[in-house]
Design a protein around this ligand. Structure first.
Ligand SMILES: [Zn+2]
Length: 104
């Protein structure tokens, strides 16, 4: 099955929009956490619609469950787990736990 090919300029615009939305989310996140979550949600939706993949860094920036930007000490709690060699990130908004291996 071949999916309809999106023109390149459209992908480019989608990428730009995602970038803008993430920077807006960063900017608004202290004053307007709800708005910030909405921006992340929109960025993810655009990514899905235009088949634009979020970078690894972008994916780790927010909570996949509630779209909150994960800021250590503010919206997230970061703990190192020596026994499993993972970084444990807890979203303080919805209590979802993420684990990533130590090495980057
Ligand atoms: Zn969350």
């Amino acid at each position: 099955m071949r999916r309809s090919q999106k023109p390149e300029w459209q992908t480019k615009i989608a990428e730009e929009r995602i970038e803008i939305l993430f920077s807006l989310a960063e900017k608004e996140f202290r004053k307007h956490p709800e708005r910030s979550r909405r921006y992340v949600e929109l960025a993810r939706k655009i990514g899905l619609r235009y088949n634009v993949r979020l970078s690894k860094d972008e994916k780790k920036k927010f909570c996949k469950k509630c779209n909150t930007l994960l800021k250590p000490g503010i919206t997230s709690q970061v703990r190192l787990d020596k026994s499993t060699k993972t970084i444990r990130i807890l979203c303080l908004n919805c209590k979802k736990v993420y684990r990533y291996p130590y090495k980057i």
